[in-house]
Write a protein that binds this ligand. Structure first.
Ligand code: ARG
Length: 467
């Protein structure tokens, strides 16, 4: 079709006002059926609830409402069987379903749109869809947390280096590191639960924007669709997309968390670190370098945040500055949320698989834990505790000992007592007891610290919460 060609006939839903159909390019920019067909199940559920309510309030006859309810189920099965003809000239999922319904049930189908508008219809469809995605995210996060807890339980007392600035800081345990992610993903999970609670109000019945003169029962439709209550302001109901933005915001934070562990896996699985071995199931080989085992899934997870955060920024930009109430701009909400949701669910599943299948290299973790002067803080603490030095001075003495070991090319426990005493004469033989990493981790007994007993307590707490 050329830029000037038009559809032969005016739209069957509002053709009364129009002498000719839309320009083909107008149709291309205007139609959303290409993507909003994903809302078919929600659209049909919303329409069935609406029709039942119209009958209960005497706005429609029972006979018409029954025909509509049955007809909608036929449409549903046609779509699910893949023999529904989606028509671009019918713009979106709402008009496609209604038009087919009318073909099937005749006159009654034309009565379905009484006391509603596509504005409240799309608002309710999309809320139902996003609500399901919140539930899917909660389930996906629960599985991921379980995978981390299993890793933590196995390695509650395996020592590894803890890092700040990606420089060796203090020894920690593998279990403690795994449980850090459980905390992060638990916050994500609560964000999805929280967003779901807030979005669980039904906008159906707000009609175009002002409500309706028909004696509808909004509480009835809200209840039928599993909402807690109807929304309280019709203008807000059709113009609000906060629920989608909250879903995207929660998804962005979650994807950021995924990207952080993904980055750790990339580093840890390298030949230089060898902290973990990723399973063959989650890696790829190189077509030229036979030795390679690339952490592609982790790299992709590190990158996926880009799409999800991009969707978030896109929808914020769409919504920013829109006057009340509905504007067609808002049709641009769906593709962003669809893509972000698909990306997030795939990412959660991939990360869960990778975490469940990865193997920690316990020996390498332990070797790395005792290098890099990781127990320097334990030494400083010993000087404070045993010799009564002020911490600042203890820090200084320890710094001198680290410099000494560095110059000798050895670790702190390799210095002799005589060498230590050159830095501070009062140092005694029992200092060597605190220089081992095992001792170091066991001493970190403060609540939430890395001591294996603390880690085991957190594992037990989460195991009970995650059933
Ligand atoms: N396809 C539209 C959307 O996704 C449905 C609502 C259209 N409403 C309207 N008044 N044109 O936003």
């Amino acid at each position: 079709m050329t830029a000037t060609s038009t559809s032969r006939s005016a739209n069957q839903m509002w053709g009364g006002r129009f002498a000719e159909g839309p320009n083909a390019i107008m149709q291309a920019i205007n139609a959303s059926i290409g993507f909003d067909k994903r809302l078919y199940a929600q659209d049909i559920a919303g329409s069935r609830a609406h029709a039942a309510m119209l009958a209960a309030t005497g706005i429609l006859t029972n006979k018409d409402a029954e025909a509509i309810g049955e007809g909608l189920l036929t449409v549903l099965s046609e779509i699910e069987a893949g023999n529904f003809q989606f028509r671009v000239e019918l713009e979106d999922i709402h008009l496609n379903v209604e038009s087919r319904l009318t073909e099937i049930v005749g006159e009654a189908g034309k009565r379905l749109h009484t006391a509603r508008s596509r504005n409240d219809q799309v608002a309710v469809d999309f809320r139902l869809w996003v609500r399901d995605q919140c539930d899917a995210a909660v389930a996906g996060l629960t599985a991921l947390m379980q995978a981390f807890v299993a890793q933590a339980e196995a390695g509650a007392d395996w020592v590894m280096p803890g890092f700040t600035h990606l420089q060796t800081a203090q020894p920690v345990t593998w279990g403690h590191h795994m449980m850090a992610y459980v905390e992060m993903f638990a916050r994500d999970r609560s964000r999805f639960e929280d967003a779901r609670r807030r979005m669980n109000e039904c906008p159906l019945g707000a009609a175009a924007l002002a409500g309706t003169g028909f004696p509808i029962d909004r509480h009835m439709t809200a209840q039928a669709l599993g909402f807690d209550r109807p929304t309280a302001n019709s203008l807000d109901s059709v113009s609000d997309r906060d629920f989608a933005l909250e879903f995207l915001a929660a998804s962005s934070i979650c994807a950021m968390h995924l990207s952080r562990f993904a980055e750790e896996l990339v580093i840890w699985s390298s030949a230089q670190f060898r902290f973990v071995r990723l399973s063959d199931k989650w890696t790829t080989g190189s077509s030229i370098m036979p030795q390679k085992k690339n952490p592609d899934a982790a790299e992709l997870l590190r990158a996926k945040i880009g799409r999800i955060l991009g969707a978030t920024v896109a929808l914020f930009t769409v919504m920013k500055g829109l006057p009340l109430t509905y504007s067609k701009d808002m049709q641009e909400d769906k593709e962003q949320v669809f893509d972000a949701a698909d990306t997030l669910m795939l990412g959660l599943a991939a990360m869960t698989g990778m975490v469940a299948d990865m193997t920690a290299n316990r020996a390498q973790l332990a070797a790395a834990a005792s290098s890099g002067f990781s127990t320097a803080t334990d030494l400083a603490d010993w000087l404070v505790r045993e010799l009564g030095l002020p911490f600042r001075e203890a820090h200084h003495v320890t710094g001198r000992l680290v410099a000494m070991a560095e110059a000798k090319g050895c670790d702190l426990p390799d210095l002799s007592l005589a060498e230590m005493q050159t830095a501070y004469p009062g140092i005694r033989d029992d200092v060597f007891g605190v220089l081992g990493v095992e001792n170091s981790i066991r001493s970190r007994m403060s609540y939430g610290g890395t001591a294996p007993d603390q880690v085991r307590a957190q594992v037990a707490r989460w195991k009970a919460l995650l059933v």
